[in-house]
Design a protein around this ligand. Structure first.
Ligand code: ATP
Ligand code: MG
Length: 440
């Protein structure tokens, strides 16, 4: 991508409305634009990151056996009347009427709809287990939308829904998502800790919020510090192994971890003082087993091996991609801007032409840009006629992991500089060496 032809509206000044660093940097880097309170456009740079986040989420959902579909954002109120949640949901639900005066709503979540899809076509236990997910916009009319896309009214969610014949089978489905979440957040460059969450009237222990430690987080959390170094389930994790996944779950729930709603002072005090971590955190995911809460009122049942009909046991599993993007920035930034983990960076490499219009600089940059693009890299080429200082500041701000800098003096020697955004380390090398480093 040539910057001169791209759309990346950088802000020079710090936007006053931004209270936390991720919101400030997303606005400054031209990633998002607020359209009305808590409702955002994702501008091209932001969209690239969001797409990469979603690709990783999707990859890990698929690996764990979940199946993608796409459900609409607008839902009929009837479904919610069936489950009894239409009245219970309250003001967070945006209610709409269509031209026939039929009550509709902008979905805040999809349990009812997916249960409807399930009941209309699945009739036998032989079709289970089943886990359906989509990555879709949601709307919740939050009282206090804030911090940009961290807590917005319209936001994106990956929401998965599992269906099983028995509670035991549903636990295995839960453990699959548990392990998939550990892998997902790790690949996004984050350390997320599963913490016991409220199960409300359902009861039981199967509800976990995945929390990233961050000073700007809205949740107050308490956990054992060893979680920070726990091993993440590997790429070859067997998601069909009941024991294997149970062992992962047991390990990751063996130490104390709870948000303030579930906090048990006495249990926390039993953790050796030096191992206690009391911090703030951002909730990036939430998994929940809720049994037959929706299948019973909505009549979602299958025939079991005993020939009888059974209401299915369900769970739901959410991740917030539009919250994850700022959460990643909270974890990865410095005074100059964002430092993207390579897995979600909007571009892999930025080529900076320090003197656009200078034949040697132009030729060198074009050569590098073409070679790296051909090798399948996402390359941003800063071919604008801005001052070099402005270009460096922009490159640092938008956080692309590698900068290849072509200035007239180095280019005259057949060389360029390669800068690592994270460490700031610069290396001078031949043009060929610079290309080879990234095409290998
Ligand atoms: P919170 O306690 O932060 O309001 P929640 O418990 O209402 O979250 P869930 O219903 O469990 O959230 O939704 C699943 C995921 O969707 C959350 O873990 C979060 O990542 C994301 N999410 C929820 N609400 C918002 C929001 N207003 N803006 C952005 N992301 C959100
Ligand atoms: Mg909420």
């Amino acid at each position: 991508m040539r910057l001169s032809r791209y759309f990346m509206p950088i802000l020079k000044e710090n936007p006053k409305e931004a209270e936390i660093v991720s919101h400030r940097l997303m606005l400054r880097a031209g990633m998002i634009r607020q359209q009305s309170q808590g409702i955002y456009s994702w501008l091209p740079l932001g969209k690239r990151v969001l797409d990469k986040v979603n690709a990783i989420i999707r990859d890990e959902q698929n690996r764990a056996g979940a199946i993608e579909l796409s459900m609409p954002t607008l839902q009929s109120a009837e479904l919610w009347q069936e489950s009894g949640r239409y009245d219970a949901y309250g003001k967070e639900m945006l209610r709409i009427k269509d031209r026939q005066d039929r009550p509709m709503l902008y979905g805040p979540t999809n349990e009812e709809m997916v249960t409807d899809i399930f009941r209309s076509s699945v009739k036998s236990y032989k079709d289970l287990p089943l886990n359906l997910y989509h990555i879709q916009l949601k709307f919740r009319d939050e009282i206090r939308p804030r911090f940009g896309t961290m807590r917005s009214r319209e936001f994106m969610m990956k929401d998965a829904y599992s269906f099983d014949l028995t509670r035991e089978a549903a636990e295995h489905s839960y453990n699959k998502m548990f392990a998939a979440y550990l892998r997902t957040f790790d690949r996004l460059g984050l350390r997320a800790i599963p913490m016991r969450a409220d199960t409300g009237p359902i009861g039981g222990k199967l509800s976990h919020e995945f929390i990233i430690l961050a000073d700007t987080g809205e949740s107050e959390v308490f956990c054992h510090k060893d979680f920070v170094d726990f091993d993440i389930p590997g790429e070859h994790t067997d998601f069909d192994s009941v024991e294997g996944l149970q062992a992962i779950f047991d390990k990751w729930t063996s130490l104390y971890a709870a948000t303030s709603e579930m906090h048990d002072e006495a249990a926390f005090n039993a953790v050796p003082e030096g191992d206690r971590l009391s911090a703030r955190g951002i909730e990036v995911g939430h998994i929940f087993y809720f049994g037959t809460k929706y299948s019973e009122p909505m009549g979602a049942k299958v025939q079991g091996p005993d020939g009888k009909e059974h209401f299915v046991h369900m769970g739901s599993y959410g991740i917030g991609p539009t919250r994850l993007v700022p959460a990643i920035i909270e974890a990865w930034h410095d005074d100059n801007g964002i430092i993207w983990p390579a897995s979600v960076a909007p571009f892999d490499i930025v080529v900076i032409n320090m003197k656009a219009g200078d034949q040697a600089c132009d030729d060198t940059c074009e050569l590098i840009y073409a070679a790296l693009t051909k090798a399948g890299k996402d390359v941003l080429y800063d071919d604008t006629d801005d001052r070099a200082g402005t270009k460096f500041a922009t490159a640092d701000l938008i956080g692309v992991p590698v900068q290849i800098i072509a200035g007239p003096r180095a280019v005259a020697n057949g060389e360029v500089e390669v800068k690592d955004r994270k460490t700031g380390a610069r290396e001078t090398m031949t043009i060929e060496a610079a290309i080879n480093r990234f095409v290998a």
